[in-house]
Design a protein around this ligand. Structure first.
Ligand code: BGC
Length: 464
């Protein structure tokens, strides 16, 4: 059905009958109801209340009110034709003390009941639920006990994974352990731009190591409690290009940090210490005997979260990495999103190829891709043509990878609803559905309608 005369045109059949079409969301960005029914604060609640941490001064207290509106929202999701919905479980809604019963903590029955209803509603609508265990909302109670730099986090996280899989494993068969380990470890504990906002190099190696251990340990728990589950985890990833030929070595180092740091230990390849010698400090100072073996876990799939490529150059001012980003602005790139990210569709193909080359990677899902553009409501319509083109062009590159035999089996658009974009507040809108945050009105954008056409109509041809 692919239209040969137009290389940009495609329809859903080209991706195969089993291809998963979903949207991705995260609890903290959409739920609201932060103090309802026994939920306790997470690090983003406390971080967001500190002056200047959220650029717009906004909070996620209300967000999209998804906690109360999930039923009608999922009807919209259904209408758009998606067959999978990725959401995360708010740790402090399930375990208000952070720790689970094995460490003397309580299970919050009301929190459990919410996710149970949400899952049932998905199943009723024939939408497959994909659960992310950790999408950055560490319970504040655990941050008070030291957070990710404390090795005990591996056990705390294992408890959480155990409780969630025992509660929902009989109904949910797709589990994602972590959302983008690199983002929450580096931004949360090294640069301090994200919660909990700590800034120290001393924390960085322990945080990386505990995160990588939790990633594998979480995998083992899901496998044990839900033997018929598909278990995966997600990585933020970007092809890295050198700015000039002499920046090649810098690009290799940045690639090790951005793309290899968390997948390679999971695949039994260890940390990329050859390119990033400072990581050797993990084995020397942080790890316990036997840890290096515990880092490996045989994931059924990896989730790639891809938005932009990066171009880097050598820099003597950036310790350890000796490289820095060359911004799209400096490169005179015209097509950038509201986040300042370069729109560069071919990078999707390249990153799938890069990850597909690992022998241990069996299946790939694009668990996030999307773009923030300035949206305007005009006569009740949001004509977000730039977002339509973003998804269409990135999907085209997914298809190209698939047609070359790479094992890519699904695409989750980031994101379903406009939502709380972390330290940026509500301003960057990534949704396929517009949310008026004053009234909570939803308006399906043109991009949402584009997906609806692609996923539900027989006559769809991708190019508009
Ligand atoms: C995260 C999302 C975030 C999106 C856009 C991803 O890194 O998983 O939570 O909203 O990118 O910035």
């Amino acid at each position: 059905m692919t239209n040969q005369s137009n290389p940009l045109a495609f329809d859903r059949y080209a991706f195969g009958a089993d291809f998963v079409w979903g949207t991705a969301t995260a609890a903290y960005q959409i739920e609201g109801a932060v103090d309802r029914d026994g939920r306790t604060p997470c690090v983003w609640d406390t971080f967001g209340r500190q002056k200047g941490k959220i650029k717009t001064g906004e909070t996620a207290d209300v967000a999209c009110e998804f906690y109360d509106r999930y039923e009608s929202d999922l009807l919209i999701h259904k209408e758009l034709g998606f067959n999978a919905f990725r959401f995360s479980i708010a740790w402090s809604r399930m375990l208000p003390d952070g720790v689970g019963p094995r460490h003397g903590g309580r299970i919050n029955e009301a929190g459990l009941a919410f996710y149970d209803r949400l899952i049932d509603h998905c199943l009723r609508l024939d939408i497959t639920p994909w659960i992310t265990l950790y999408h950055w909302d560490l319970p504040h109670a655990l941050e008070l006990k030291g957070g990710w730099p404390n090795r005990k986090i591996v056990d705390w996280f294992a408890d959480f994974a155990d409780v969630c899989t025992k509660a929902f494993g009989h109904k949910v068969k797709h589990w994602i352990i972590l959302n983008e380990p690199l983002a929450f470890s580096v931004l949360g504990y090294f640069t301090g731009q994200h919660a909990p906002g700590r800034r120290s190099f001393r924390n960085l190696l322990p945080v990386i190591h505990h995160t990588a251990l939790a990633q594998a340990e979480g995998g083992r728990i899901v496998r044990q409690n839900v033997p018929d589950a598909q278990v995966g985890t997600t990585f933020s990833c970007s092809p890295i290009d050198p700015f000039t030929p002499s920046d090649q070595a810098a690009a290799i180092r940045v690639d090790a940090l951005m793309n290899r740091l968390f997948i390679e230990p999971a695949l039994g390849l260890g940390y990329p210490t050859r390119e990033l010698p400072f990581l050797a400090g993990i084995a020397k100072k942080v790890a316990k005997p036997g840890d290096m073996e515990r880092l490996a876990f045989d994931f059924d799939f990896v989730g790639l979260q891809h938005y932009f490529r990066a171009v880097v150059e050598q820099s003597y001012f950036m310790p350890y990495l000796w490289a820095k980003d060359v911004s799209p602005l400096r490169r005179n790139v015209q097509t950038i999103t509201e986040m300042g990210w370069e729109v560069y569709p071919e990078s999707m193909y390249r990153i799938i190829r890069q990850f597909g080359q690992y022998e241990g990677v069996k299946k790939i899902y694009i668990t996030e891709s999307g773009a923030a553009f300035y949206d305007r409501v005009e006569q009740g319509i949001v004509n977000d043509q730039a977002r339509v083109e973003y998804h269409q062009n990135y999907l085209q590159q997914v298809l190209r990878a698939k047609q070359e035999g790479l094992p890519v089996e699904g695409y989750f658009a980031w994101t379903f609803l406009d939502n709380f974009e972390w330290a940026e507040g509500y301003r960057p809108r990534f949704g396929l559905v517009y949310v008026d945050f004053r009234t909570q009105q939803r308006i399906i954008k043109k991009s949402g309608r584009w997906f609806q056409q692609l996923l539900t109509k027989e006559t769809f041809v991708g190019k508009h």
